[in-house]
Design a protein around this ligand. Structure first.
Ligand SMILES: C[S@@+](CC[C@H](N)C(=O)[O-])C[C@H]1O[C@@H](n2cnc3c(N)ncnc32)[C@H](O)[C@@H]1O
Length: 275
């Protein structure tokens, strides 16, 4: 792991919150049905678009390394660039307890994604940024960096919170006051509304169409838009059960199509860097 890079600035309030609150709760979240469904859907979508392994993948905000491990197991060389040393420690511990060949294919770099060009260089075959935008005050600058460090023809994968359907989960959970205030906010919500999410950290939703536009303006073409979690987002800490494969299949099929993907909890955008 490299020495921590630091970049105070616009989103320093977020980094403070992420460092102190996210690492312990995120590990618990990753083991829930919601967490497992999310990671499996993301891997499945990536494999439909990434070049076949081996290839060099940069995971900006890769956290405790679930996606990096899934890709490294398939033969990709993955570098995680994340500003939170606690997340990277978790990644290191988990990966070091597993298959040594997989661990050897993963590099951990401590630093802010905005500084990725100077920290890890460019020309990547795939650049991932999953579950990060919601913690930034303005996603545009990071999206430009993602495009900048992706090689010509390379794939960019962005997962974010769907700011156009924030009320759905609160309603399904029977949190009616929250539902009403989110419905009031929704017409103006994408890009501005914040809520305290399940991880106990304030986060923001984005309109996937606006993120697509920002990525296009940064020099990329859209390849796909998937929805993540229509049927399981409200299930709290429910663990995965014996029907996990069937649940994932149902979420996958719904996430590929309208109207489901439009009301999914998360959006998953795949773009390609223009040559
Ligand atoms: C919710 S976790 C997501 C982890 C992983 N990408 C996933 O999808 O499971 C958010 C991660 O974003 C990282 N993060 C927050 N701000 C960042 C920034 N400016 N650049 C890169 N990573 C950032 C946090 O440290 C944390 O590891």
């Amino acid at each position: 792991m490299t020495a921590p890079g630091s970049r105070p600035g616009d989103n320093s309030w977020v980094q403070g919150a992420v460092e102190h609150a996210l690492a312990p709760s995120y590990q618990a979240h990753t083991a829930t049905l919601r967490g497992v469904v999310r990671q499996r859907l993301v891997t499945r979508a990536l494999l439909a678009h990434l070049p076949t392994p081996p290839g060099r993948i940069l995971d900006v905000g890769g956290g405790e390394g679930t996606q990096a491990a899934a890709l490294a197991r398939l033969g990709y060389e993955v570098t995680i660039c994340d500003p939170d040393p606690a997340m990277l420690r978790q990644a290191d511990e988990r990966l070091s307890a597993g298959d040594a060949a997989v661990r050897d294919r993963i590099t951990l770099v401590c630093g802010d994604g905005h500084d990725a060009a100077s920290l890890v260089g460019g020309g990547w075959d795939g650049v991932l940024c999953h579950g990060v935008l919601m913690y930034l005050t303005d996603p545009a600058a990071l999206l430009r960096v993602l495009a900048e460090v992706t090689g010509a023809g390379g794939v960019i994968s962005v997962v974010g919170k769907n700011g156009t359907a924030l009320a759905l989960r609160a309603g399904l959970q029977g949190r009616w006051h929250d539902t009403l205030s989110l419905l009031d906010e929704e017409p103006h919500a994408a890009g501005t509304a914040t809520e305290i999410g399940n991880l106990g950290v304030r986060s923001r939703g984005d309109d996937p169409r606006q993120i697509q536009d920002l990525l296009a303006a940064a020099g990329t073409e859209p390849l796909a838009w998937y929805g993540i979690r229509m049927f399981t987002a409200h299930l709290g800490d429910t663990p995965p059960g014996p029907d996990l494969d069937t649940v994932v299949e149902a979420e996958w099929r719904a996430g590929e199509r309208d109207p489901y993907r439009g009301v999914a909890r998360l959006f998953h955008l795949i773009h390609q860097r223009r040559p």
